[in-house]
Ligand binder design. Structure first.
Ligand code: UDP
Length: 490
């Protein structure tokens, strides 16, 4: 490159899978890249676009960064609930058929969009869109993958091929406690029930199993893999992944990393942070927490996809009440299903529970979770083990009870209970006696022990995002590599 030529400013197209956890963490990455002066186009379906505008301050927050564009995809994308593997398949299929033709039209050199914006220099796609790798290679733009799950769940998905070849899946009997030997590095503690839930399929032709196995293997074709984790948490598993995908950027926990970089950039004013919630947050719960003693409250939330039946809900509620521990419980309005119930009854159950809960706890439809977990009154988190929730809890040193619902959550919960020893794994049960017992163990009997281990891991997490920490350095390397990708001949 001639010395007089100005370097091209990077313009990154970010394309998340349109679900709360993915949108959340990839938007945090978008903001981190905006802080480095990059232009960002963030691509989401129309319904997600509208919900972000409705429930967050995304417009004002990103208005300080020149060149941030929230871009909608066209109609035709599945908008129903995503609480089963079949739903995930529907969403993937619709995205695959709508997104690439749209991108081709958008990025064609003569398009109106392309004439008003600078060219896209790098694509960061959610790591299950291999059609976007094909497209990026076709138009000659570098592509990085961002896989929003834990390294341990990623590695389990990556190993599906070996699991099938060795006959470890489909499971041959009913014993879900049989040791799994074909996920390298996890032989000492992985059982059938700890594999991602889609591995429970009885047929290897199962569509979601096939998609996740194939898409995860395709990762090696991307120019690099970004992961929301940190080396001190998942180092041994990351080494296994690195054999296949050598260029990994572990830059998490992204929520805390963004907060600390924003604080450093705005040392004179409070950073303009906010959640990326797709539901309206009920902030009144913070005032309720303000009135509770230190580390006395169990926060209960099962994320954005999990649904429960009326029977399960009642077991949970009775276990919670019998434990005698105060609780803050998120019950999403769309999270109670009961096919045998006449319409509207689920709502009345929720209202009944809410009324009965008043002395013992507080219920909301959606909470400002990061703030809740950081509150001094919160001493435990009963979670579905979604990866964002797990990281948010880890960073606040809050021990967990895990009730994994589906997908990667079954593997995350095993790591919480057996590897990191910062909680208890309740998977595959739903019984008020077990609920009560585990709550008492976490919040009373072994409280100090769990808090001590959780604080040690939180400390490692904080160290990773400090200057010279592993995630801090990896983010700098990512930024530098994206700059180089934008100016390949420099
Ligand atoms: N969340 C929230 N309020 C709630 C429940 C969840 O803000 O009441 C956020 C939570 O902080 C996390 C995300 O929603 O960042 C859920 O992502 P996760 O990966 O934990 O689970 P998923 O919803 O994808 O199953």
């Amino acid at each position: 490159m001639g010395e007089t030529q100005l370097p091209v400013s990077p313009h990154v197209l970010i394309f998340p899978f349109p679900a709360q956890g993915h949108v959340n963490s990839m938007l945090k990455l978008a903001e981190l890249l905006c802080l480095s002066g990059f232009k960002i186009t963030y691509l989401v379906p129309k319904n997600i676009h509208q919900r972000l505008l409705l429930h967050t301050n995304i417009e004002s927050r990103f208005s300080q960064y020149q060149g941030f564009c929230l871009q909608s995809l066209p109609d035709g994308i599945y908008e129903g609930s995503v609480s089963t593997g079949d739903d995930v398949v529907k969403l993937c299929d619709s995205l695959n058929s709508v997104a690439v033709p749209f991108l081709r039209e958008l990025l064609t050199p003569k398009s109106d969009w392309n004439n008003t914006k600078s060219p896209i220099t790098t694509i960061i796609a959610d790591g299950i869109f291999s059609v976007v790798i094909d497209f990026a290679q076709e138009i000659g733009v570098p592509i990085l993958y961002f896989r929003t799950i834990s390294a341990c769940a990623f590695w389990a998905y990556f190993s599906i091929h070996e699991l099938i070849e060795a006959g470890e899946i489909p499971f041959s009997g009913n014993d879900m406690d049989l040791a799994i030997k074909k996920v390298k590095g996890m032989e000492a503690y992985l059982r059938g029930r700890d594999l991602p839930s889609f591995c429970r399929a009885t047929d290897i032709g199962n569509p979601i199993l096939k998609i996740l196995s194939k898409e995860t293997r395709e990762t090696a074709r991307a120019n690099g893999l970004i992961m929301n984790t940190f080396d001190d948490l998942e180092g041994p598993i990351l080494s296994q992944i690195q054999i296949h995908c050598p260029n990994i950027y572990t830059i998490g926990p992204l929520h805390a990393h963004l907060k600390s970089r924003l604080a450093a950039a705005n040392s004179n004013s409070a950073p303009n942070t906010s959640s990326n919630s797709l539901w309206a947050e009920d902030r009144n719960c913070i005032q309720w927490l303000d009135q509770q003693p230190s580390k006395s409250v169990l926060y209960v939330s099962f994320g954005s996809h999990a649904v429960v039946t009326k029977e399960q809900l009642m077991e949970f509620w009775q276990g919670l009440v019998n434990s005698g521990v105060k609780f803050l419980w998120v019950i999403r309005p769309d999270s109670i299903v009961d096919q045998n119930d006449e319409e509207g009854k689920s709502k009345s159950i929720q209202e009944e529970l809410e009324a009965a809960t008043k002395e013992r706890g507080y219920m909301v439809g959606w909470a400002p979770q990061e703030q809740v977990l950081a509150h001094p009154a919160v001493g435990g988190f009963w979670t579905h083990s979604g990866w964002n929730s797990t990281l948010e809890s880890i960073m606040e040193g809050v021990p967990m009870i895990c009730w994994p619902y589906f997908a990667d959550q079954q593997t995350n919960s095993r790591f919480v209970g057996e590897v990191w020893k910062i909680g208890l794994d309740m998977k595959d049960t739903c019984d008020k006696v077990i609920v009560e017992k585990m709550i008492r163990e976490l919040m009373v009997i072994k409280k100090d022990e769990f808090l001590k281990t959780a604080n040690e891991i939180a400390k490692l997490g904080r160290k990773s995002i400090e200057q010279d920490g592993s995630s801090y350095c990896n983010l700098d390397r990512l930024i530098q590599d994206i700059r180089l990708m934008s100016n390949p001949e420099q």
